[in-house]
Design a protein around this ligand. Sequence first.
Ligand code: MLT
Length: 427
Amino acid sequence: MLHLQSSKHETENKTGHCTKVVRSANMENLRSGYLFPEISLREYEHSQKYPNAKIIKLGIGDTTEPIPDCITSAMAKQATALSTVEGYSGYGDEQGSKALRKRIAEMLYGNMGIKGEEVFVSDGAQCDISRLQMLLGPNVTVAVQDPSFPAYIDSSVIFGRAGDLQGQNGKYERIVYMKCTPDNDFFPDLSITPRTDIIFFCSPNNPTGTAASAAQLRRLVDFATANGSIIVFDSSYAAYISDGSPTSIYQIPGAKQVAIEISSFSKFAGFTGVRLGWTVVPEELSYSNGFPIIKDYDRIVCTCFNGASNIVQAGGLACLSAEGLQAISRVVKSYQENAKILTEAFRGLGMEVYGGQNAPYLWVHFPGSSSWEIFAEIMEKTHIVTIPGRGFGPGGEAYIRVSSFGHRETILEASQRLTNLRTLNIN
Ligand code: MLT
């Protein structure tokens, strides 16, 4: 996870030879390194500074608990079968195995009328964000929640849709930032939101941990319908919803005509390393000329992807069996309990804490502070890594995101260290 980003002005070349290829202006337009490798780098530097410190990683949202045996044994069985003449298989369908597509449609979209043929199995939601960007024309306009998962903006910059970065407010001029704060219940004021072609919308939201209600999503779908926009709905954290909020945009009538949904097994089943996700493109969704978008997405997938690993897809099927779902829900529950423990620890410090109830992330407010400074101070004083909210957009200033992925004893240790902060007067 450790990468070094060369800055815009870094032209030094170590070999003395340069090609004649010009660096993409879009790559030059990226604000900095991608957030998560930057956090890994800070963590690494901290470990160098304090070689004996036991660092607790509550930064990058990486799952920690073992994958239930009923799922790994299905993958092992599939792997072993590849060593037999009968069990060997090569390329599969680029869109994913029919069995898994059908199982996703039935188990996760059962009463929403989504068909297996509308589900495209992939190697993860993040890769699908870029494939969707590839699908869309060069001039489409984009709106994002502010704060939001950085891949929506960064991939928009890479595809040249973002315009210039404005120094004074840290925003790209062609991106519409839909402010989401406690004041608007973390749901954008659509009455002042300009029309865009694409609206990236993540619920439960990464980083704020808040899930949009059915009434809010109804407003979003109506907004997209009235404007002829497409919602790219990211439901990667749906398994963490505990208050009955919608787990899919397709629970809202009419959404199939205006929304694509991306999702993932990563946080749902601990597949961050295994890699498996999916995208739903409904047949009803079309371009302005009436052409079905699903046909173009199919074309993109066939051109750019050879399908998810057959071993991993066997794991996906096992996740969606009755036994798999039960086992997964126990793991999710333990992360949800972690979130409660951490929430209490921060509240004990007098901080306002959002999220946690419907997502594995806490969004902790430090009014008037710089989020990078808070991040650095917490790491310095407790050896706990978090993520500065500013990394998720200008709207994340004065917040930090805290992940609840971790073994229970680590979370309890983190909670203890945070409680001890009281005497250090961090707040
Ligand atoms: C996160 O929000 O921490 C991400 O899921 C990590 C990632 O995408 O690399």
